[in-house]
Write a protein that binds this ligand. Sequence first.
Ligand code: PHE
Length: 337
Amino acid sequence: MSDLGAIRDDAQAATGAAGDLRALDEVRVRFLGKKGAVKALLKQTGKLPPEERKGFGMQVNALRGEVQAFLDARKLELEQAAQDAVLEAGWLDPTLPTERQTGDLHPITKVLMEVVDHFHGLGYEVASGPEIEDAFHNFDALNIPANHPARDVWDTFYLTSGEIPRTHTSSVQIRTMENRQPPLRIIAPGKCFRNETIDATHLAAFNQCEGLFIDKDVTVGHLKATLEGLVERLMGYKVPTRFRPAFYPFVEPGLDLDIECIFCKGSGCSICKDSGWIEVIPCGMVHPNVLRACGHDPDEWNGFAFGMGFDRMVMLRYGIDDLRRLYDGNLDLVRKL
Ligand code: PHE
């Protein structure tokens, strides 16, 4: 009995005297370790007369609990003291503002991840192709023959080698259809290049995301439902849309998908040039000549394609009024997103 009391008092004194965490651990070993005082008491239990064993065992267990509590309490005290010492030494300034500017993904990357996720859900794969193209994949196979005036529409850069920094991701349609048998569902996000004068809505290097769906008996209804679903996902609400006829040599009919201007909600403002609508996705039904150029029979297969102006979509999604801001590294802008 007196042993128990003495060990308890010793343990209390020793934990109180431990000046740091290492000394405290030594105290733990001394009392609770394998060869420690409490273990030694437990060993004595076996030598006691049977009627005393149970009571003694319970007391030793209670003692173990108490010693552990001394250790825990002292540990807290020592940790607190260590923190106080840091503060006193002036190494840490607790008055500094806690709001930190942590890194984040670029808005273009975020929207790209969302677009990929959306189309994965619809069974599409992500396809890619080279950024430096040849005229066949960028133009000819897309039903834009050499010397056709439509080539001018794309303000093309030409390398001295005659190669073309691709003017659109439509070249990936061609590369995919050349190499694979329909049915096909792909999206192809990537950089494109045009000889544009840079302003709030035009860049010479920008991102597009092409989409291609080839199957049997595909209709404009499929195209419409797909693109309306995409726009709703990206804008976060059922934004009003409209399709207008448009001309692109590689689709027939060709269409432009407009959404109601998100800035003025359709009433007309400087951004939508008072029309109440913003053009977001050129699209259409794949032209039979394009299918033929890739070796597929247009009487058997058909489908739709679209080429979303990706940066523009990001602008609209985040309410950014100038495309250049997406590339100028201005963190003030990012913080607001
Ligand atoms: N490639 C076209 C462009 O860049 C966009 C587009 C793609 C239009 C697919 C229709 C179908 O202007």
